[in-house]
Design a protein around this ligand. Structure first.
Ligand SMILES: [Zn+2]
Ligand SMILES: [Zn+2]
Length: 208
């Protein structure tokens, strides 16, 4: 009996220690997931902020109406600002998503799955928007080059990494590179005939 008690004591302590460790790991995992979901929330919030919605409207109007940019007035400058602001938003998304991926050794956990589902439509939309808008910016003033190389490269990395995360062939296709070839681009904007620019806007208060 005394032998049994001598063994049972340490075994009981071991079980208690393992139970405490298991609880600690569970709590740590839960708080880590909460922190990761908070990062996801912040990254997605940036894409649906009021400023992002305004920039999307500026770029989306030109994209979906297939209209030229008026080189006179303020429109070209506004489009340029919106174009870079959106590229920089995706740059931040890419950096944040990379940190989340590295935190779980490239495995897609609940947080990454949630992020990818939330940002998929945004990224897919800009696969066509960026090159189409850049063409319009270039066409409207060939003397003012659009220097966007590094940011476009980052967007391409985001697009490629996101495409690798999905099994759905349609999603993969929509995240495929834009070739400017209407047969290969999945965006319907190429079916809209090109329209002339709107008249230049007068500055508020300027005389006629
Ligand atoms: Zn396209
Ligand atoms: Zn398009």
């Amino acid at each position: 009996m005394s032998d049994l008690l001598r063994v049972a004591g340490p075994v009981g302590s071991c079980i208690a220690a393992f139970a405490a460790l298991a609880v600690t790991i569970l709590v740590w995992r839960k708080s880590r997931l909460t922190a990761r979901l908070e990062i996801v929330r912040g990254l997605h919030a940036e894409l649906i902020s009021e400023a992002a919605a305004n920039d999307r409207h500026t770029l989306g109007s030109l994209h979906w109406q297939n209209r030229e940019i008026n080189p006179d007035g303020t429109e070209r400058g506004e489009v340029m600002c919106a174009y870079f602001a959106m590229l920089w938003r995706f740059e931040r998304l890419h950096a944040g998503r990379k940190v989340l991926l590295e935190g779980v050794n490239g495995r897609r956990d609940v947080a990454l799955k949630m992020l990818d589902e939330q940002v998929y439509t945004h990224v897919a939309e800009y696969v066509c928007t960026f090159p189409v808008i850049k063409d319009k910016l270039t066409e409207s003033n060939r003397d003012d080059t659009v220097f966007d190389g590094a940011y476009v490269k980052t967007f391409d990395q985001l697009r490629t990494s996101l495409a690798e995360s999905f099994d759905d062939p349609e999603k993969k296709a929509r995240l495929g590179a834009h070739t400017n070839n209407t047969e290969k681009c999945n965006c319907k904007c190429h079916e809209v005939s090109e329209k002339p620019p709107l008249p230049a806007q007068r500055l508020f208060g300027a005389s006629a």
